[in-house]
Design a protein around this ligand. Sequence first.
Ligand code: IPM
Ligand code: MG
Length: 350
Amino acid sequence: MKICVLPGDGIGPEITAEAVRVLKALDLKIEMEEALLGGCAVDATGNPYPEATQKLARVADAVLLGAVGGPQWDSLPREQRPERGLLGIRKDLGLFANLRPAILYPELANASTLKPEVVAGLDILIVRELTGDIYFGQPRGIEVRNGERVGFNTMIYSESEIRRILRVAFEAAMKRNKKVCSVDKMNVLECTQLWRDVAIEVGKEYPEVELSHLLVDNAAMQLVRAPKQFDVMVTGNMFGDILSDEASMLTGSIGMLPSASLDANNKGMYEPSHGSAPDIAGQGVANPLATILSAAMMLRYTFANEAAAQRVEGAVKKVLAQGFRTGDIFEPGTKRVGTREMGDAVLAAL
Ligand code: IPM
Ligand code: MG
């Protein structure tokens, strides 16, 4: 197994280091090699997704990513921004299926801003399409028309793109509570009328799964009103970007949530759902658990090693039960630890 490790920017290097220690401790035959992505890559090479990284990422079985971005790169031309590196690697590796679980750990029930009875036991999987939609649609740009500037983007999906992401959602639901909620805006956007039509077609292939549909505005509302009605939610790239941030905060701690971005053969890139947190970078206080849990997803999806995945997830649950907390999930009566100590605790629990 070959893993390409991309620590990235901000807290990325600190949190990936802990996930790497966990992977090494498992005694699996894993080879790991590091490369640059994001702002650090721009600084070193001028390109947020440099050729050396492309080569390594393409031959690796899986990619472990920390996070990219930071204020020092925000004023660069668009093609040199760290985010462009992230979108570039997703597209280059064909990682069209983004799985973002939102799970509320019982020990962290107080971390949510919602009432405990609304979120207790929450376990949602957001399946976000990741290589299409308005993120990549052409034409796009800013230009002068009739003497004033106009900005434009194109929301576009082909039926094959919709079908393959719907299948990922239905397959996931078959292993969970057999419910899929497809999110669109078919009352206004033709592109998402097609989304709904194809969702209904694919739904017929999965008679055991209950398929429902929500308009995206209603879905956003339902997520905070009664989030436990959901099992798997599936949607396009932009709606998924927004709804997955919303869903993550139901758990009160985006620092706990992993993600997987998969291609058609379960090659994947695994990264925490949170960003690079430049404000706390380099201080050794960031929560490494989302990255460690991302490594667990890697073991599950790319390496088909469910036992190892559960071992890592079990170790994370154990350190939470033991009371270890980084600053983002700290509450009085628990043990506040830094990034490295949290990694130590997970290794000890393993
Ligand atoms: C995410 C992020 C990215 C996205 C940004 C950093 C380009 O918000 O992974 O959700 O919009 O996809
Ligand atoms: Mg986002």
